[in-house]
Every structure is written in structure tokens, then in C-alpha cells.
Design a protein around this ligand. Structure first.
Ligand code: ADP
Ligand code: MG
Length: 272
């Protein structure tokens, strides 16, 4: 697939095109206007992420991390600049097309688990597939598979209120991966978790990456960033550091390092 397919003829070529780039961000600015004040959340970010990479995006509060994630996840568009996802410039897409890309290619995990209360874990995991119009038996099978993949095969019918914070976040991860997305985006996914639950959730992200998924994890904690293959640091909406900790095509650095065992855990479905 050509990196440039879908770009307007006048669009500048990406600075560092690579055949396996899945995310290409070119000179992206994002400005929010609040009354008479312009907030420059991103100030010319250029970034290429290859398929299979595991990237931690770091930076202080207000440095633009969530703004960048919203753009990577097609939840928002750059004010200026280009974002190419799998070689296609999102700027040219209709809202429906964007929603479709989001559903098919991207799994989201947030700091607050965003589970529907009084609704069984398995049903929470099924919800995106309900919206995608998948048949009942197919989505149930996928949801069960995803729940087992995060080590919660024995908690499928629990309500969120009957699960620990770490377990709730694992349900949210199961929901993110049930549709088998190539990219997992997580915004401070361990921000509300204790150390043990953090390790469990990070171990799952490492395993998803080992299976070939591209993972982008936002955090402001060094310990969390240690599990990534590459660390990007933002300050005032600009990239001030881009450091590789492990090769893209190797295993993530800390996988298995802490020896967590997850009874019942199984690898998620391989991507087609
Ligand atoms: P981070 O996730 O690193 O804490 P954000 O991307 O949320 O940073 O925010 C970057 C800057 O943009 C901050 O100054 C923030 O106040 C501002 N900002 C974020 N979202 C909005 C919005 N919807 N409207 C106005 N300003 C915003
Ligand atoms: Mg944020």
C-alpha cells in the first residue's frame, strides 16, 4: 500500500516515509479557541510510528498528550498539518468514514474505565460490536475470547461494581481488543491503578504488542514508560525527546520481567 494514497496532490510528502509506517503525523498544529484566547495544544508535531512499535508518550499535564491521542485515534482533526493512518489522510474523510476507521482499526483504553454500570462485564465488552452490527453469537464468542485473553475468563458475568479497579481496566482492555484492532491507544490507562494492577495491565499491553499490534500508551510515569520500545516526550505541544529503548521487531523490553501469572490467560486472536 502506498503511504501517499489518499493525500491531496498538493500535500507535502511525509518527511520520513517508511513502508511499514502505520501512523504518519506531519507538522500538526492543534489550536483550541476559548472565547478570545487561543490555546496552542500542539505546535508542529511530526511523528512516524511503524507497525508493531510500542510507543510511550510522556509529558507533564497540559503538554498535549491527550490532544495528540485524540488525533491519532481519529476522535479529532488537526487544525493544520496532516495525519495519515495506514497511508490515508484522515482530513479527506467524512465523519462516517472516520467512525468506521476508528471502529475497525483502533482500540481505545482510557484512565477512567468507562464501563457501563449495572451491566455485566461481557456485555460491556460486546458493546462496540453491537454498534458495528455484528451478529449476537459472533460478538459473544469474540467477547469471551477477549475476556479470557485479559485473564478474566471467570469474571464474565460480574458487574463492574463487583470487580477491582485493575479488573475493570482489564475489562476495558478486553473491550478495546475484541474487534481485533491493529492499533491500541491508551491514555493514562494505569493512572487510577495500584502497583499490582498496573503491572497486570502493562503485561497485557506488552503481550498485545508481542502479537503484532501497534501500541501507543500515554503516561507521565517513568516506570510505565519503561515497558515501551520507544519513548516520546512532549513539552508545550512539541516533541522534545524521541528515544528508542528496544527494536520495533523484537519483544517489548519488560515482558515477563515481573513474573506475573494470569491463570486462564490466553493469547488474543492473531490479526488477519
Ligand atoms: P495532557 O493530556 O498532556 O495533559 P491536553 O492535550 O489535554 O494535555 O491539553 C493540552 C492543552 O490544551 C492544555 O493547555 C489544555 O488546557 C488545552 N485543551 C485541551 N483540550 C481542550 C479543549 N477541548 N478546549 C480548550 N483547551 C483544551
Ligand atoms: Mg491528558
Amino acid at each position: 500500500m502506498s503511504l501517499l494514497s489518499g493525500t491531496a496532490p498538493t500535500a507535502p510528502a511525509p518527511a520520513r516515509p517508511r513502508s511499514n509506517a502505520v501512523i504518519v503525523v506531519e507538522r500538526v498544529f492543534k489550536t483550541y479557541t476559548l472565547g478570545e484566547i487561543d490555546v496552542h495544544a500542539l505546535n508542529g508535531v511530526t511523528l512516524v510510528i511503524e507497525k508493531g512499535d510500542f510507543v510511550a508518550i510522556m509529558g507533564a499535564s497540559g503538554s498535549g498528550k491527550s490532544t495528540l491521542m485524540n488525533i491519532l485515534g481519529c476522535l479529532d482533526l488537526p487544525t493544520t498539518g496532516h495525519y495519515l493512518l495506514d497511508g490515508v489522510d484522515v482530513r479527506g474523510m467524512s465523519d462516517d468514514a472516520l467512525a468506521d476507521v476508528r471502529n475497525r482499526k483502533i482500540g481505545f483504553v482510557f484512565q477512567s474505565f468507562n464501563l457501563i454500570p449495572r451491566t455485566e462485564a461481557i456485555v460491556n465488552v460486546e458493546l462496540p460490536m453491537v454498534y458495528a452490527g455484528m451478529k449476537r453469537h459472533a460478538r459473544r464468542a469474540r467477547a469471551e475470547h477477549a475476556m479470557r485473553a485479559v485473564g478474566l475468563g471467570d469474571r464474565m458475568h460480574h458487574l463492574p461494581s463487583e470487580l477491582s479497579g485493575g479488573q475493570q481496566q482489564r475489562v476495558a482492555v478486553a473491550r478495546a481488543i475484541a474487534t481485533n484492532p491493529a492499533i491500541v491507544l491508551a491514555d493514562e490507562p494505569t493512572g487510577n491503578l495500584d502497583t499490582h494492577a498496573t503491572l497486570e495491565v502493562l503485561d497485557i499491553f506488552s503481550r498485545l504488542n508481542l502479537e503484532g499490534r501497534t501500541v501507543v500508551l500515554i503516561t507521565h510515569e517513568d516506570d510505565v514508560a519503561d515497558v515501551a520500545k520507544r519513548v516520546i516526550r512532549l513539552r508545550d505541544g512539541e516533541i522534545i525527546e524521541d528515544r528508542r529503548q528496544a527494536p520495533v521487531d523484537g519483544p517489548p523490553p519488560r515482558y515477563h520481567a515481573h513474573g506475573q501469572s494470569r491463570p486462564g490467560a490466553r493469547p488474543a486472536e492473531p490479526r488477519p
